[in-house]
Write a protein that binds this ligand. Structure first.
Ligand SMILES: [Zn+2]
Ligand SMILES: [Zn+2]
Length: 405
């Protein structure tokens, strides 16, 4: 059977997250936070999901560039594979450095840094926007002459490696510290300590940071997260807040040149007041953080259910027709938004439940277009509409406790 073995990354990553959690608990290290970990893994789920629909187009894009504009025709040999891994990593270094130095790119990359905790769940915080920007940077590889098949294989390795550098449990790794990007190096990159800002951009090899003057050794305890932490676990807000900030900052400026200066300016010169303005506009002012046991169970339950569906959707990618793929993807996407909004105690999550239910009904009816299916769903829909507000109240009460009603 033609299975998509990349799906195995899902259980492998979950295994390492679980292992890290258990070791941390045993050794009394407080490196996990429920809300933050769920928010981190949510981002990863969405990325894997959207990758299902975009990965193919990246291949065609590289192939097109290679066929039409390649300078050389590079054949796969041991030497060219080594050249490719170095070239991929060098391009990544500059992509990543630009991601921290240019507002527009930071708007995409900041999502990876929003986590205020540093563990393997932070390693899953990769967004699909990042994948798009990265692809554009890596376009130079087919232009030089590397074939698309080599590049996409290399990108799998390059995509898996950095997950393992997101941990506080592994100390320094001796001689490897001189060659590879180790957890110690990457801890520095994720820290907001003054001495650690804009350091260690490398993904697999630390040589580029040493070569281009951005290397810092881990010699003090790291404070993780952004210099000004985002006060929201909302999936949508975490993804779009900085792009919205850029939009508002650019809108305030007169003339195209000044607007472009905002878009392509440096995040360190960005007016911090803009954050307050957009937060006032878009974020709820009445934050209640209630954490009932039922709430946790509901979040964990739906997260586990979603990840299981994601795993099978990826694994049986070639056996699933497009309709089911899209419906399942929409279902997962709504669940991801739901998980984020629930962490924020949003009341509109109930409407997401309704939409989720609608997708299930539509999909079932598509595959079993029988009058009985229709009748059952019609009765269910009518009765739930009749009791809509009671159901809503009950649902919010159960999740958030009586305060929210
Ligand atoms: Zn970064
Ligand atoms: Zn990272």
């Amino acid at each position: 059977m033609n299975l998509n073995y990349m799906a195995l990354a899902v259980p492998v990553f979950l295994f390492f997250i679980g292992l890290e959690y258990l070791i941390a608990k045993r050794t009394g290290k407080k490196i996990f936070n429920f809300t933050s970990s769920i928010a981190n893994m949510n981002v990863g789920v969405a990325e894997r999901l959207i990758d299902l629909f975009t990965a193919g187009s990246f291949y065609f894009f590289y192939d097109y560039l290679h066929k039409h504009y390649a300078m050389f025709n590079i054949k796969p040999t041991i030497l060219t594979w080594i050249a490719l891994i170095l070239a991929t990593d060098l391009v990544w270094y500059w992509y990543h450095r630009a991601g921290h130095k240019v507002n527009l790119f930071w708007g995409f990359h900041v999502v990876h840094h929003t986590s205020d905790e540093f563990n393997y769940t932070a390693g899953t915080r990769i967004t699909v926007f990042q994948a798009v920007v990265r692809t554009l940077f890596w376009s130079v590889l087919p232009l030089v002459g590397f074939p698309a098949s080599m590049i996409t294989t290399m990108l799998i390795v390059h995509g898996l490696y950095p997950f393992f550098t997101h941990t506080q449990l592994i100390g320094k790794l001796g001689i490897l510290e001189y060659i590879l990007v180790t957890p110690s190096h990457h801890r520095v990159h994720h820290a907001s300590n003054e001495d650690y800002l804009d350091k260690n951009f490398g993904d697999m090899f630390i040589i580029w940071d040493k070569l281009f003057g951005t290397f810092a050794k881990e010699d003090q305890e790291a404070q993780y997260g952004l210099t000004k932490q985002l006060d929201s676990y909302s999936f949508l807000w975490q993804h779009f807040h900085f792009l919205v900030e850029i939009w508002y900052a650019a809108k305030r400026e007169n003339g195209l040149v000044n607007k472009l200066k905002i878009v392509f300016g440096s995040p360190s010169d960005f007016d911090p007041e803009i954050r307050q303005i957009v937060e006032k506009k878009f974020l709820s002012r009445h934050k209640v953080r209630v954490r009932t046991q039922k709430f946790r169970l509901y979040v964990i339950g739906q997260f586990s259910f979603m990840v299981t569906i994601l795993f099978f959707l990826l694994l049986f990618e070639h056996q699933t027709d497009l309709f089911l793929q899209i419906m399942t993807a929409l279902f997962i996407l709504i669940t991801v938004i739901n998980c984020g909004a629930i962490l924020e105690q949003r009341r509109w999550v109930f409407y997401l439940e309704v939409v989720r239910g609608f997708f299930v009904i539509l999909t079932t009816f598509y595959y079993f277009p029988h009058p009985t299916t229709f009748a059952v769903f019609a009765i269910l829909t009518i009765s739930s509409l009749a009791y809509f507000s009671t159901l809503q109240k009950q649902y919010l009460n159960t999740l958030y406790g009586s305060q929210s009603a």
